[in-house]
Ligand binder design. Structure first.
Ligand code: G
Ligand code: G
Ligand code: MN
Ligand code: NA
Length: 254
């Protein structure tokens, strides 16, 4: 309850922030895309993980204002980078289940893009399989509407949900992000290693872009590159950065 009360005022007290973690394009060996990650820091400096407060925000309905705030912040930042003449990046933003199925979600996305001036193709929404499976028909319709608008859609934490191949074929999405629990096991865990290779091959067979997250070691990087993974994300390259740090990095790599 204490956390809930604090979350209510976190937005207005400016305690929420957004970090940006760059992705690396494996074929071109350059930065390609950024994921927006929400963070919350109390005035005393203590930080609270989104794994704790996002579920709370979902329960209390605070996810709607918080979700719109993150999306606005991320789209505005991305548009700002483009106006500074930096190479255009795709900005990925995480969406949680209640937010996605909220009746006003699609209109909210349109409104944010319009207000920030960001072209839809530079926004990617990250959704999880288990989320989409909660209401398959509604999800399919929403995904189709979003893609019609030009927004990209990526399935996050891929491999941890239902992973039904037939559903994957039926969901109109642009890419898959392999869950970091699989990447962690490369190369010593044969199951994780084989599954990662299989997901990459399967994703490509379906015409999808495949992203790996949680890349921390060189051997993982080499394996993913050899298997033809398209983009990677992880501490081996860049941790989540502040907007200023990320701006600096994009300037260096322009
Ligand atoms: O940044 P970190 O690794 O601590 O994120 C933990 C979890 O919180 C991840 O599952 C991530 O997808 C989720 N998350 C991070 N930022 C957001 C956000 O802006 N909205 C939602 N819904 N989830 C987020
Ligand atoms: O569920 P989602 O993919 O949105 O969550 C991404 C989370 O993973 C973020 O909280 C981010 O901080 C974290 N993350 C990013 N890179 C790495 C990494 O290399 N290793 C680990 N353990 N976590 C990472
Ligand atoms: Mn994500
Ligand atoms: Na993930």
């Amino acid at each position: 309850l204490v956390l809930e009360n604090r979350l209510h005022t976190a937005l207005e007290r400016n305690e929420l922030g957004v970090r940006y973690q760059p992705l690396l394009h494996l074929h071109r060996s350059r930065i390609s895309g950024v994921e927006a990650l929400i963070c919350w820091r109390y005035p005393d400096g203590e930080s609270i993980s989104p794994e704790r407060f996002i579920p709370l925000a979902e329960e209390t309905g605070l996810i709607e204002p918080i979700g719109e705030w993150v999306l606005t912040r991320a789209c505005r930042q991305n548009h700002h980078w483009q106006q500074q003449g930096l190479p255009p990046q795709r900005m990925a933003v995480n969406v949680s289940v209640r937010q996605f199925f909220h009746p006003g979600f699609f209109d909210m996305v349109c409104r944010v893009l319009e207000n920030t001036g960001l072209a839809p193709k530079w926004l990617a929404l990250e959704l999880t399989e288990s989320m989409l499976m909660q209401d398959v028909e509604q999800a399919r319709k929403l995904l189709a509407d979003l893609r019609q608008l030009g927004v990209k859609v990526v399935i996050d934490d891929f491999g941890t949900g239902y992973s039904s191949l037939s559903y994957l074929k039926r969901f109109p999405v642009d890419g898959l992000k392999i869950d970091q629990s699989f990447i962690e096991g490369i190369p010593r865990d044969h199951g994780d290693t084989a599954l990662t290779a299989a997901i990459i091959a399967m994703g490509h067979a379906l015409g999808l872009e495949v992203i790996a997250e949680g890349v921390e070691r060189l051997e993982q990087y080499r394996f993913l590159k050899e298997k033809g993974c398209d983009r990677i994300q992880g501490y081996l390259f860049h941790p989540p950065l502040t907007a200023e740090e990320c701006t600096g990095l994009l300037m260096e790599h322009r």
